[in-house]
Design a protein around this ligand. Structure first.
Ligand SMILES: C[S@@+](CC[C@H](N)C(=O)[O-])C[C@H]1O[C@@H](n2cnc3c(N)ncnc32)[C@H](O)[C@@H]1O
Length: 313
């Protein structure tokens, strides 16, 4: 394994699981030195790594399914209210076929995410869709007046940034404030009676219950290397619509945000990048929040991302 390719990844997969962390370190050491061009989740514009990420097959699949569900749900409604937790580059809204009037609330701690969603809505000519942006972490704005009468709420690949299943579990690990459950309960209470709530998350348990060490390394490997890196390397090798620039950005994501995730297996708990739950744990948490699960399934061939279609009843 001396290069970043599908064939090296296949060689890596053939290594016995217990030896894969060491094999991954050897693989990373063999790659030519290269700095990531930007921090992850920090830039969302055209040409950014995130822009490349939302053009990957993994993300296109889940955005496409979300957009179709949102389009169908809002069709024929006027004065609708939608809310997205974690806007990213706003790509989801280019796939949806919306008609105003309506209001889209976006919550994201990065100001550029709000600008990107606003730009996508403007580019679609939706002059009668108002975009309200809260530049904040969702857990810090659960008391804001935006949480009411929501026809649609989308939380795609975002809640895993919040450590702990609930506030009590956070406290047990020395962390203050709301956890995932408190956010889900806020969404539940703010949904319209027939409201649609879409959640996308990876199927991997690496939340605060899993301490730094070999089990966490195995979980991160399973998610980021066996599944996410595999899908991205497959895109690099096979996607006819990708040019060299896009392939280079996919390679950078594969290296710095997939293979190098292994380093997070040993950092202090509060410094982890992600705090994911697996499908069983998400389903249990939705039940505790009073949310009904209408449908759930993987959205990609790697069985990485799972999509949950939820409602109040
Ligand atoms: C992986 S991106 C997903 C973006 C988009 N939802 C998608 O599916 O493409 C995560 C987004 O959540 C934002 N984010 C991170 N922590 C957050 C938090 N605590 N509350 C709200 N948004 C957060 C990031 O800035 C980023 O825009």
């Amino acid at each position: 394994m001396t290069d970043l390719s599908l064939s090296s990844w296949r060689v890596f997969l053939a290594v016995p699981r217990a030896q894969q962390p060491d094999a991954l370190r050897t693989w990373l050491d063999a790659l030519p030195p290269e700095q990531p061009k930007e921090a992850w989740n920090a830039a969302f514009g055209e040409g950014s790594l995130f822009d490349a990420w939302t053009r990957s097959s993994l993300v296109q699949a889940l955005h496409g399914q979300n957009a179709r569900a949102i389009t169908a749900h809002l069709q024929g409604r006027t004065g609708w209210r939608a809310l997205e937790i974690g806007g990213g580059d706003g790509r989801l809204w280019t796939h949806a076929d919306l008609a105003g009037p309506g209001t889209l609330v976006v919550i994201d701690p990065v100001a550029e995410a709000g600008e990107r969603v606003r730009a996508r809505i403007a580019a679609a000519g939706l002059t009668d869709v108002a975009v309200e942006f809260l530049c904040a972490r969702v857990e810090d704005v659960l008391d804001e007046p935006v949480w009411h009468d929501l026809d649609v709420v989308v939380c795609s690949l975002t809640l895993h940034h919040l450590a702990g299943a609930d506030a009590a579990e956070r406290l047990a690990h020395g962390l203050l404030g709301p956890g995932k459950l408190e956010v889900l309960r806020t969404v539940h209470d703010a949904l319209a009676a027939d409201g649609l709530f879409l959640v996308n998350e990876a199927d991997i348990h690496c939340d605060v219950q899993i301490p730094p060490g070999p089990l966490l390394a195995e979980r991160l490997l399973d998610s980021y290397v066996r599944r996410c890196a595999g899908s991205l390397l497959h895109d690099i090798a096979t996607r006819a619509d990708a040019d060299d620039d896009l392939r280079a950005r996919w390679a950078s994501i594969t290296r710095h945000w997939c293979l190098e995730q292994l380093a997070y297996a040993d950092v202090p708990l509060a410094e982890r990048d992600v705090y994911e739950l697996d499908v069983t744990r998400w389903l249990a948490l939705f039940a505790r929040a009073g949310l009904q699960v209408h449908d759930h399934a993987f959205t990609d061939a790697s069985n990485l991302f799972h999509r949950y279609v939820l409602g109040r009843s």
